[in-house]
Every structure is written in C-alpha cells, then in structure tokens.
Design a binder for this molecule. Structure first.
Ligand SMILES: [Zn+2]
Length: 117
C-alpha cells in the first residue's frame, strides 16, 4: 500500500486503539438503547424517504464518522437506514468491514482500513 511508510508507529497504535474502541462501543447497553430509540423515532429509511419511497429502517447509521470517539459515537448525528442503503453506503462499509473515506490528512480515516492495520 502506498504511503504506509508515512505513518509513524505511534499513530498506527492510535488507529489500532480506535478499532478496539469501535467494537467495545457497539456492545454497550447505551448504544443498544440509542439504537432502539432512534428506530422508534425515525422508523423509515432516510434515503428511501428522500426519493419518495417508504421503507422500514433497520440500521442506525452514524451520519458523521466518529472514529471511535465516545462522545460522537453516542451523540450522533444518527440516520435511520434500510439494510440496502446502509450496505451501499460509504462503499459498502459494512460488507468490506471498513470505510474507504479519506480523512483531512489524506489518509484513510477508518481505523479498520487495511492501510491502518
Ligand atoms: Zn433505504
């Protein structure tokens, strides 16, 4: 991968720490409650709705990347999405297991991106 040498060891540890944070946060009771409330208050897929379609949402999506940051993770903003839209979102983040979004520093923002492993 091009650019790997540009990442300092300390920064790589930071990314690894973020990946662990992700897993931990999704397992919390707090997240499960937030998820349930979000789907109760916004039961329809926001993207389908924007196109005039009515589809039940099943996934709570972080509309802004949280990078494992607890405050952003638990405070959103959130978006209710159907599985189809969530899976097609951010280059199929769910399927490949990471986002291909590039951060402001020009490096893949997602700690799970192979470039950060
Ligand atoms: Zn949808």
């Amino acid at each position: 991968v091009t650019g790997t040498a540009m990442v300092s060891p300390s920064r790589r540890n930071q990314r690894r720490h973020e990946a662990q944070q992700y897993r931990r946060l999704y397992k919390t009771l707090r997240w499960k409650i937030i998820r349930r409330i979000q789907l109760q208050e916004h039961p329809l897929c926001a993207r389908c709705l924007a196109r005039g379609e009515v589809t039940q949402a099943t996934v709570v999506h972080h509309a802004e990347p949280h990078h494992g940051d607890e405050v952003r993770f638990f405070n959103g903003p959130f978006q209710s999405l159907c599985k189809r839209h969530h899976d097609s979102d951010a280059q199929s983040e769910e399927r490949v297991g990471y986002s291909v979004e590039i951060g402001a520093d020009g490096w893949p923002a997602d700690a799970r991106h192979p470039a950060n492993s």
